[in-house]
Design a protein around this ligand. Structure first.
Ligand code: HXC
Length: 519
C-alpha cells in the first residue's frame, strides 16, 4: 500500500469510527431528541480542542454473534480537550453502539481517561447514555464497572468529577455518577434508577412510570440525587461549562480568579431594613446573597431539593466562594435531615477543593418530631457539624437573624473554627426562641396561673425580658463568641475584607488515615 493509500485508509477508518453504530441509529438518536456522543462533546468543549483517544479500540466479545460486529471505538467516545482554555478529560457513552452498553473494552477506555485526568490534575466529565452492562459480556462487563467505580473513588477529592445523564442510566451503572461530585439530568430522556418499572412492579406491585421512578424532576426535588436539572442537553452542557468556571482543576490548585468589576466596598443600603420586625415573618435570603456577591451572580446547587437551605457558588472580589444559607421562606429555614445532608456534602466539596465558605445564618433549630428522629436527624445533623468542624478552608459566618441551640453550633460557629463570625444587629443568638424558653423556665408558674388574661400578660412580660437579654447579638458579642456586630449594608465589604485577610490561612487537621464522618 502506498503512503497516500495508507493515509486514505486512516481517514476512512476515522470516518467509520465517527459514524458509531451507523447513520440509521444516529437518526434514531436524533428522533428521540438526543444528540450523539460526539455532538455532545463538541458542544461541551472549546471549539476544535477535542483530541480523541482509543478511536480504534474494538470489543473482544465472541458470544451471541458479537464476533461479527466490531464497531470502531466500541460504545464510548473518550479524550481530552479544554473548557475556557483549561484541560479536561471527557467520556461520552455512544448509544448508537449496542445501546452504549458497557463492555470490557469500553471500561478500559473510560479508565484510560480517568487515569490521565488524575495524573494531569484535570476534571473528568462523563456523559452517560447507556443500557447498562453489556449483556453478551457477562462478568467482564461487571468487572469493567467496578474498575470505573474504584477510579471514581480514588479521584474523589483530587479532581472534580461531573456526570451528565443524557439517556438511560440504570442498574449498577448509576453508581459511577453517584460517586462523582455533581450530577446533571435533563427533563427529557434522562433517568436513573436501580431497577426499572417492570422489576418494581414484580417486587413491590407498584405501578410507576420511568419518569416518576427516576426522571430528572424526581431526582431534583425528592431524592436529591441530581444537583442540576436542565431543560435540554444544550442547556446542560452550557451549565457544565459554567459550573467548571467556579472550580479549580484539582485539589492542589485554587479556582481561577475572575477580574472583579463590582466595587468591593459597594454598600447595599436596603439590607439595613431587610429583616422584618416580626421574628416569624420570612424574607428572601436569595436576595441578600445576590446583593452582596460580585455582580449578583450565583450558581445554585440542588436548588429544588431541601429548599430550607441554599447552597451556591458565587464570587467575592473575583474569588470563588461556596455559600450556605438558611432560607426562612421555606420551613422557616429549619435544619432537617435533607438540608443537613445537602449542606454537609457541599461544605465537604468546598473544603476538598480549596473553596472558601461563607455561611449566612437564620436558623430556628432542628426540625422536631418522630418523622425526623426516625429518619436519623441526629446522624444527619452531625454530618453537617462534622463537615464544618473538619473544614480548613477560610470560613466566614454572618448571622442575619435566628441562631438557636444546636443549629447555632452547626452553622459554622466560632468554636467549629469559624475564622470571622459576624452578626447583624437583628441577630438572636440563644439556646432557643423566647416562647419555648419561657415555657421551660416558668412551667410551674404558668400552671399556677388560672386566669387566661393574667397568663398572657405574664408570658408577654417574661418573653420581653428574655428577648431583651438574648434576642440580640450582644450577649454573644460580649462573650467574644462573635467577632463583630456589623451594619448590614456593609456586609459585602466586611466579607471581602475578611476573606482577603484569610488568603494566607494555614490550618491542618491532626494526621490520621481518614476521619469517620457519621455517614
Ligand atoms: C447489550 C444492549 C443493551 C445491553 C441495549 N442494547 N441495552 N445491548 N447490552 N445492556 C442494545 C439493543 O439490543 C439495541 O440494539 C440497542 O442497544 C438499542 O436498544 P433499544 O432497546 O432498541 O433502545 P430503546 O428502545 O431506546 O431502549 C433503551 C433501554 C433498553 C431502555 C436501555 O435497551 C433496555 O432496557 N436495555 C436493557 C437494560 C438492562 O437491563 N441492562 C442491564 C442492567 S443490569 P440494536 O442492534 O437493535 O440497535 C446492569 C448491571 C450493572 O447494568 C452492574 C454494575 C455494577
Amino acid at each position: 500500500m502506498s503512503k497516500l493509500e495508507n493515509v486514505k485508509k486512516l481517514i476512512a477508518m476515522r470516518e467509520q469510527a465517527r459514524l458509531g453504530g451507523g447513520q440509521k441509529r444516529i437518526d434514531s438518536q436524533h428522533n428521540k431528541g438526543k444528540l450523539t456522543a460526539r455532538e455532545r462533546i463538541h458542544l461541551l468543549l472549546d471549539e476544535g480542542s477535542f483530541e480523541e483517544m482509543d478511536m480504534f479500540v474494538t470489543h473482544r466479545c465472541v458470544n451471541f454473534g458479537m464476533e461479527k460486529e466490531h464497531p470502531l471505538g466500541d460504545g464510548v467516545v473518550v479524550g481530552q480537550g479544554t473548557i475556557d482554555g483549561r484541560l479536561v478529560f471527557v467520556f461520552a457513552q455512544d448509544f448508537t453502539v449496542f445501546g452504549g452498553s458497557l463492555s470490557e473494552t469500553m471500561s478500559q477506555k473510560i479508565c484510560h481517561v480517568m487515569d490521565k485526568a488524575m495524573k494531569m490534575g484535570a476534571p473528568i466529565i462523563g456523559i452517560n447514555d447507556s443500557g447498562g452492562a453489556r449483556i453478551q459480556e457477562g462478568s467482564n462487563s461487571l468487572s469493567g464497572y467496578a474498575e470505573i467505580f474504584e477510579r471514581n473513588i480514588l479521584a474523589s477529592g483530587v479532581v472534580p468529577q461531573i456526570s451528565l445523564i443524557f439517556g438511560p442510566c440504570a442498574g449498577g451503572s448509576v453508581y459511577s455518577p453517584a460517586l462523582t461530585d455533581f450530577i446533571m439530568m435533563t427533563d427529557q430522556n434522562s433517568y436513573m434508577f436501580i431497577t426499572g418499572p417492570k422489576v418494581v412492579k414484580s417486587v413491590t406491585n407498584e405501578d410507576v412510570s420511568v419518569d416518576d421512578l427516576g426522571g430528572a424532576m424526581v431526582h431534583a426535588t425528592k431524592s436529591g440525587v441530581t444537583h442540576f436539572r436542565a431543560a435540554t442537553e444544550e442547556e446542560g452542557l452550557a451549565l457544565t461549562r459554567r459550573l467548571l468556571s467556579f472550580l479549580p482543576s484539582n485539589n492542589m490548585q485554587s479556582a481561577p480568579e475572575v477580574p472583579c468589576t463590582d466595587p468591593i466596598n459597594r454598600l447595599v443600603d436596603e439590607l439595613n431594613e431587610v429583616v422584618p420586625d416580626n421574628p416569624n415573618k420570612p424574607y428572601d435570603m436569595r436576595n441578600i446573597i445576590t446583593s452582596i456577591v460580585d455582580n449578583g451572580d450565583i450558581l445554585e446547587v440542588q436548588p429544588e431539593y431541601a429548599r430550607n437551605i441554599i447552597c451556591c457558588f458565587a464570587r467575592f472580589n473575583g474569588v470563588t466562594t461556596g455559600i450556605i444559607a438558611n432560607e426562612p421562606q421555606y420551613l422557616a429555614g429549619v435544619l432537617d435531615c435533607d438540608a443537613s445532608r445537602k449542606a454537609a456534602r457541599f461544605v465537604r466539596f468546598c473544603d476538598a477543593f480549596n473553596i472558601q465558605i461563607l455561611t449566612l445564618v437564620d436558623v430556628p433549630g432542628f426540625l422536631p418530631g418522630t418523622g425526623q428522629e426516625y429518619a436519623g436527624i441526629i446522624t444527619h445533623g452531625a454530618k453537617l457539624m462534622f463537615a464544618y468542624g473538619e473544614a480548613t478552608v477560610p470560613k466566614v459566618t454572618v448571622t442575619i437573624r435566628k441562631s438557636y441551640g444546636g443549629s447555632h453550633i452547626v452553622m459554622s460557629c466560632k468554636q467549629l473554627r469559624g475564622d470571622f463570625n459576624y452578626a447583624w444587629p437583628s441577630a438572636e443568638i440563644a439556646v432557643m426562641g423566647a416562647s419555648g424558653a419561657i415555657e421551660v423556665l416558668y412551667g410551674k408558674e404558668l400552671k399556677a396561673i388560672t386566669d387566661a388574661e393574667e397568663k398572657a400578660k405574664f408570658i408577654a412580660e417574661k418573653e420581653a425580658e428574655y428577648r431583651e437579654k438574648f434576642s440580640n447579638p450582644y450577649q454573644a458579642a460580649g462573650m467574644g463568641y462573635i467577632d463583630d456586630v456589623i451594619e448590614p449594608r456593609n456586609t459585602r465589604f466586611r466579607v471581602i475584607r475578611a476573606f482577603e485577610s484569610l488568603r494566607t490561612k494555614r490550618l491542618t487537621n491532626p494526621k490520621k488515615k481518614h476521619s469517620n464522618i457519621p455517614l
